[in-house]
Design a protein around this ligand. Structure first.
Ligand code: FMN
Length: 184
């Protein structure tokens, strides 16, 4: 039990990445962890759109800057929502699945924990979900393989952390909320 808790507490977010490729067996393990996440009614409808192409990552960053501009929420110069990771895993789910956002969240947490166990950095990336009604962004995502009946509910940046030793931070974060009420 103590080991499991220590492992869970050691998962932290990484927001700067080395330009270093994640080995394919590590990426496959992270994706398998996501695919083995629970889903409401066990529908297993989460679609993992895996982007490793720099031109596509740059195009997405540009589209997100434009999307925020259209929404009247301009971001600062040079803003890159995904932190330029080696891999961006976008989690989509069916519009008609009421558990789509929760199913994606479970998949994302499983993938973050797997990444942590492999000494890879990862971070939940929310902007494609915030802009998931933007027709320009959706049009581009359809061209990449997202089904027109799907929408994005989250994404994961994944790669080697840009730290001196290339390892992600494992220092447990301070708890300042998350109250627990036990009724006996
Ligand atoms: C629903 C959700 C959305 C998040 N969105 C972002 C995001 O868009 N960008 C980002 O840098 N971090 C994002 N995070 C990461 C949180 O900021 C992070 O988990 C929190 O600050 C605690 O830090 P830790 O992950 O290192 O423990 C998100 C986390 C969750 C659960």
């Amino acid at each position: 039990m103590e080991n499991a808790l220590q492992f869970l507490k050691a998962r932290r977010s990484t927001r700067a990445y080395l330009d270093k490729a994640v080995p394919s067996e590590f990426l496959e393990a992270v994706l398998e962890a996501g695919r083995y996440a629970p889903s409401g009614k066990n529908v297993q409808a989460t679609h993992f759109l895996v982007i490793r192409n720099k031109a596509v990552l740059n195009q997405l960053a540009q589209l997100v800057r434009e999307g925020f501009h259209r929404a009247g929420e301009d971001r600062p110069e040079g803003y890159t929502f995904h932190y330029n990771p080696d891999v961006l895993i976008i989690t989509c789910n069916r519009l008609d699945n009421p558990n789509g956002p929760a199913d994606c969240a479970c998949a994302l947490e499983n993938m973050m924990l797997m990444a942590s166990s492999l000494e890879l950095g990862s971070c939940w990336i929310n902007q494609l979900k915030s802009l998931n009604a933007d027709p320009e962004i959706n049009g581009y995502l359809f061209s990449l393989g997202m089904d027109p009946q799907e929408r994005v509910y989250g994404a994961l940046a994944l790669g080697y952390a840009a730290t001196e030793d290339g390892l992600p931070n494992h220092e447990p974060g301070q708890r300042k909320g998350n109250p627990v009420t036990i009724i006996i």
